[in-house]
Design a protein around this ligand. Structure first.
Ligand SMILES: Cc1cc2nc3c(=O)[nH]c(=O)nc-3n(C[C@H](O)[C@H](O)[C@H](O)COP(=O)(O)OP(=O)(O)OC[C@H]3O[C@@H](n4cnc5c(N)ncnc54)[C@H](O)[C@@H]3O)c2cc1C
Length: 557
């Protein structure tokens, strides 16, 4: 007798009910649900952007927009050296989702709004908007950031600025592989790193030869290579190359103005563990045309204008990664029960979730404070704060993000490891910002360099911290200890990371005290100042209002 005939048809079809699983987090307003962000924007002078941020928060929570992020990473960029007839094209082809993300970012002005509409709070509002946008997908943010960051460098050479900035700032996206002269909207990249040196760009061997007169704004041909050149479909790149007077900066277009292909040839795309939606390439320059930006032999000071801005954007991007990871972890915990209680109500999970949220609060606080400093660069004190703040903030936030992403993943359990969850992407993307644009040690050394060159940067930092004197004895003590550490700079390089750690933590604690949420300030100070040692997330001491802290990170769609 056929045994299966005994089985009822409905039993064959339905093996079980699906229950106790979280829902996808979509159809929500990413701004409305972010208490820390809304408060921060208002506190740092961006209140006028509230309506636009509310609008954009809804866009960034839309299911179709979230899906773009998945598609742009699932379908990796493809590279063709030549077209089918044998012409050199250096063409990178992307999934349409990547182009949607690019268009979205550019039409929202994430690459240009503080330059085209400079006013109090312009950088704060742009930072907040970018923070929302980056949570959808971070890979395509690389060319957006580079385009944004290039403006201060291009401005050094008025002839170039006049010719390029209008199109660089345009709120449009033109992905065609055609000369910049045929486009109304352009994107920009950067090429510093060579095989023999990335952090130490003085080792660059690429050479630039003047075609006529040498000097700023003049045409040169570049011969050499770049070992990393991200977003190679950008319309032009700021690059370093040696001239007779030393390392200089050049703007190198993909195509020459006469319509011929500039011999900036992509050798291959990098095979990266993260940031995969963004193509990164190795290129050779075989007499590529470029125009000098800034003074001859002053290439590093010229491109450092751009680097300062990309570092600031790394702070935004990594803070955004932390926020998205925490949001997902809290959402999951609010919809999943174990051992008879929702995860979000389990004391040990509350400790972990609140700790993850405290990390976000600290990252966002220092990022928005630096955005405010950027909005006020006509004030020398803000300039000094900014000089130290981007190195300190980039170092700390980017370095904290990979482990933070992993802890958020663990909150979600097995589902958090699967590629149809955003956590694996957040985790793989997390180390990139830490390495790109100056790795951890290089940032720490940059802080020491700034201190040696302009001791007033430290004064400005402590002046800012001074605004919280008397608010909390533990913070007062931490600041005092830090001051005494700086009074003896013996073996400063060796101690560099420790010093920067303490600069960041005291600044974050101060900013959170000023922000006025006592649960957050108390949780942060109690867990991060003093001799906490090498702690894990989820080790907050007793007496912290973990529910209050988690509520600030919770998104109720
Ligand atoms: C995804 C991705 C995209 C990138 N895109 C671009 C791009 O578009 N354009 C571009 O120009 N570059 C790009 N880079 C390159 C990146 O900027 C470099 O990898 C980075 O600056 C480090 O340089 P390096 O790889 O040569 O490492 P190295 O310079 O060899 O550094 C290795 C390590 O040594 C440390 N170190 C260096 N000097 C010291 C010191 N004095 N004391 C102590 N420690 C030190 C560094 O912190 C680092 O941890 C990209 C990198 C990645 C991963």
């Amino acid at each position: 007798m056929n045994k299966s005939a005994d089985l009822r048809p409905d039993a064959m079809a339905a093996t079980h009910d699906v229950f106790n699983q979280a829902t996808a987090l979509e159809g929500h307003n990413l701004y409305a649900g972010d208490t820390a962000l809304r408060e921060g924007v208002a506190r740092h002078g961006g209140g006028w952007g509230e309506a636009d941020l509310q609008r954009y928060g809804e866009v960034c929570g839309r299911a179709d927009v979230i899906e773009w992020g998945y598609l742009a990473n699932e379908f990796k960029p493809q590279f063709d050296t030549h077209d089918r007839f044998g012409h050199r094209v250096d063409l990178v082809k992307y999934h349409p989702a990547y182009h949607h993300l690019m268009k979205q970012a550019l039409t929202e002005g994430l690459h240009s709004s503080p330059w085209t509409d400079p006013k109090a709070g312009a950088h704060v509002v742009r930072a907040a908007k970018y923070y929302l946008h980056s949570q959808v997908e971070s890979g395509h943010c690389c060319p957006i950031t580079m385009t944004f960051a290039a403006t201060p460098s291009l401005t050094l050479t008025p002839a170039i600025a006049e010719q390029w900035l209008g199109k660089v700032h345009a709120r449009d996206y033109d992905p065609r592989n055609v000369p910049h002269t045929a486009k109304q909207a352009l994107t920009l990249g950067m090429g510093m790193t060579e095989k023999q040196g990335g952090s130490d760009v003085r080792a660059n061997t690429t050479r630039a030869y003047p075609l006529g007169q040498p000097g700023p704004g003049e045409a040169y041909e570049l011969v050499g290579h770049k070992w990393f050149l991200s977003a190679p479909m950008c319309d032009a790149f700021l690059m370093l190359a040696q001239t007779e007077r030393g390392l200089s900066c050049f703007l190198v277009p993909r195509w020459r103005p006469d319509g011929s292909k500039n011999p900036l040839q992509v050798q291959r795309l990098k095979n990266k563990m993260g940031n995969v939606s963004n193509a990164s390439s190795e290129v050779e320059l075989r007499g590529a045309l470029g125009w000098m930006v800034g003074e001859e032999g002053r290439g590093v000071p010229a491109i450092i204008e751009m680097v300062a801005m990309t570092r600031f954007d790394c702070m935004i991007g990594s803070s955004a990664g932390q926020r998205q990871a925490t949001l997902q972890a809290i959402h999951h915990a609010a919809h999943r029960s174990a051992f008879g209680k929702m995860l979000i109500d389990q004391p040990l999970m509350q400790n972990v979730l609140a700790d993850l949220q405290l990390e976000v609060e600290g990252s966002l606080a220092i990022t928005l404070r630096m955005a405010e400093a950027l909005d006020n660069l006509d004030d020398p004190r803000q300039q000094l704060l900014m000089r130290l703040g981007t190195a300190v903030g980039k170092y700390w936030i980017c370095k904290r993000t990979p482990h933070h992403a992993y802890e958020a993943m663990e909150c979600i359990g097995g589902n958090g490891v699967m590629e149809n969850c955003i956590l694996p992407r957040l985790y793989r993307d997390a180390p990139i910002n830490a390495i790109w644009e100056g790795s951890g040690n290089v940032q720490a050394l940059d802080v020491l360099r700034a201190l040696a060159k302009t001791p007033a940067v430290l004064e400005a930092w402590f002046d800012e911290l001074g605004k919280s004197v008397g608010a909390d004895a533990r913070l007062d003590q931490a600041v005092k200890t830090l001051q005494s550490e700086f009074s003896d700079l013996a073996e400063a390089e060796y101690r560099g990371r420790h010093l920067v750690d303490q600069l960041t933590l005291t600044m974050q604690a101060h900013l959170l005290v000023q922000a006025g949420d006592t649960a957050v300030a108390e949780g942060f100070i109690a867990s991060r100042l003093g001799s906490q040692g090498d702690r894990q997330y989820g080790t907050l001491p007793r007496g912290i209002d973990v529910k209050g802290i988690i509520a600030r990170g919770r998104q109720d769609a």
